[in-house]
Ligand binder design. Structure first.
Ligand code: SAM
Length: 313
């Protein structure tokens, strides 16, 4: 099988399952991320014969795509904010709208020449999943100290390997954000014990935060009633724990994170949320009634309410 034949094979096999543009994007990812071939390489080498191993791999990927398994899970990684992230079935596939959230934070704390302002920020990512937010912030704000929390130990394992893979340090904490963390001393003790268990000298140092400058969260926000409108590839493969909330309490995580932020953000510290487009106004009201000012709803590239941010006063 030549490269050209491989392309035609994938197009033909998947034509009953996906729209044409999606198949083209799969082909691009398979050639570039699995076989390390650019679009130019593919054109130049289209008559070259693929080794038997590559042919078998293409067959396997195509068959798995037919079951609507997301390509990112099949190949085991994805790109986010220019970095590579390993994926496992225990973590959500990072979405482009979350890149917009990271980009917004970086624009507010880094000037166009790349200078961090201020330096040495203490940042906490709540519901870190693959670690995409925490790792991208740590990579782009080298003087910051980044913490990331999730309830899922398996998600944290993946996030840890993503920190390693991208050569940065993040302190990971396994916690349920729905617990009561109003006692700042207890939470600090928790951070200390995590740090000493893992012998993270950097955290065990004097720079351990008393308060965070930035808290960011992309918590579960899809209601169960929205589930039936969702695509099979999300429903069958992405972790339910990362996605869904009860219809009668859709803002449960926003309430919990706001409560947490009131106790653990420094004065003037900022809170950034990714949101369900349906709840922008409610989340804005929640922040205003929780003591935040400069509260703004920000739209994503598709014009949907996607981020809410505020500053603690
Ligand atoms: C929507 S995913 C976000 C993942 C990642 N931050 C991203 O943007 O792709 C929400 C994350 O919250 C975590 N989570 C769910 N319930 C939680 C809880 N009670 N406490 C802490 N984390 C929780 C899930 O395990 C999941 O990783």
């Amino acid at each position: 099988m030549t490269l050209k034949e491989a392309k035609i094979y994938i197009q033909k096999e998947l034509s009953d399952y996906y729209p044409k543009n999606e198949i083209e994007s799969f082909i691009k990812i398979i050639f570039s991320d699995v076989f390390d071939l650019s679009s130019v390489d593919v054109l130049m080498k289209e008559n070259e014969t693929l080794p038997r191993k590559a042919k078998l791999l293409i067959n396997e990927i195509t068959e798995r795509l037919k079951t609507y398994e997301p390509l990112q899970y099949i190949i085991g990684f994805t790109e986010f904010y220019g970095l590579q992230f390993k994926l496992s079935p225990d973590v959500l596939i990072p979405r482009p709208e979350t890149e917009e959230l990271v980009d917004l934070i970086l624009k507010e704390y880094k000037d166009p020449s790349g200078f961090e302002n201020p330096k040495g920020l203490q940042i906490l990512d709540i519901g870190t999943g693959s670690g995409c937010i925490a790792v991208s912030l740590a990579k782009n704000l080298p003087s910051a100290e980044v913490f990331a929390l999730d309830i899922s130990s398996k998600a944290l394992e993946t996030a840890k390997s993503n920190a390693l893979k991208n050569n940065i340090e993040v302190t990971f904490i396994q916690e349920d954000i729905l617990n009561d963390f109003s006692d700042n001393v207890a939470f600090k003790r928790r951070l200390t014990s995590v740090a000493s268990k893992r012998r993270l000298t950097r955290v065990a140092s004097k720079r351990r935060p008393t308060k965070f400058d930035i808290i960011v969260s992309n918590p579960p926000y899809v209601t169960f009633s929205e589930k039936e409108k969702m695509q099979k590839n999300v429903l069958d493969y992405e972790p339910e724990l990362a996605l869904f909330v009860e219809d009668d309490n859709p803002l449960i995580f926003y309430n919990a994170v706001c409560r947490f932020a009131r106790h653990h953000l420094s004065s003037e510290g900022k809170l950034y949320f990714e949101i369900n487009e349906q709840y922008g106004k409610e989340i804005k009201t929640l922040l205003l009634s929780s003591g935040f000012s400069d509260v703004e709803i920000i739209k994503d590239i598709n014009g949907k309410d996607r981020i809410v941010k505020g500053r603690l006063i």
